[in-house]
Write a protein that binds this ligand. Sequence first.
Ligand SMILES: [Fe+2]
Ligand SMILES: [Fe+2]
Length: 284
Amino acid sequence: MPLIDWIPSYNIGIPEIDTDNQQLVGMINLLHDSISKKDNHEIVNHVIYQLVQNYQDHCTLTLQVLQNIQYTNLTQQQESHKKFGRVISGYLHRLKKDEKVSIMELIGFLRNWFDKHVLLEDQKIKAFLKQINNTQTETDITKSHVKTIKDSDIFQLHNNKMDGQHKDLANIYNKLYHAVELKMSKKIILKIIDTFKHYAEIHFKDEEQLMIDVGYDQYKEHLILHNKLLKEFDKFLIKINEDETISHIKILGYIRNWLLNHIAIEDKKVFAFISSQKKENSHA
Ligand SMILES: [Fe+2]
Ligand SMILES: [Fe+2]
């Protein structure tokens, strides 16, 4: 019998965070199932190493995603993560000194973390996201959660061409933002969205060519994400053109989140791949 059953309402709607939290529940359940096993210290050690390994990635990813949605409780999240980090590195330290960590102690700590962090802290993100989505009915952009994109919001890949193109996309987004802010005509809004889409197409082609050139292993997955965005733009254009009720602020929010998260998570992976290959080659 698992100690914790993952139920859909635990999901906060950010896949990266939800997957990590589910994985954590998996570990807690594994530990719980192993309480009566004789050699359960091996499982305890395994879980501790796994936690240490996942910790940094989870923190970096959460920070990026939350910064991009301009989450207001960011410091609280970070503080809570830091505390977690201190405890698990304490466990690791004990293992390295050949001291045992008891299975009950580890379960107790993780269960407590699950109750306080996953069920309380992370749920606040869910409420925040809901609030952002309510901008559907908001017509004054300055009162909404949607903002312009500053240079410092964009994750830098340290590739002049790609960073330059991302900046150009952000500039077109900012133009759209101001057009919505000044309640400009439908014709102008459509034109800017169309410009964004065309520029995105050019950028995607360049980025995809780069991925082919370096033999990027997740090329297909990345291509799907690019095409999905372009399709989404077509939907926006049709809806606005046909005067369907679609909030311009919501479209802006969508573009902003997509762009910043895509660069910081997906494009970053491409460049991590490229630099790992460079290292391999220099060792060869
Ligand atoms: Fe990109
Ligand atoms: Fe991309």
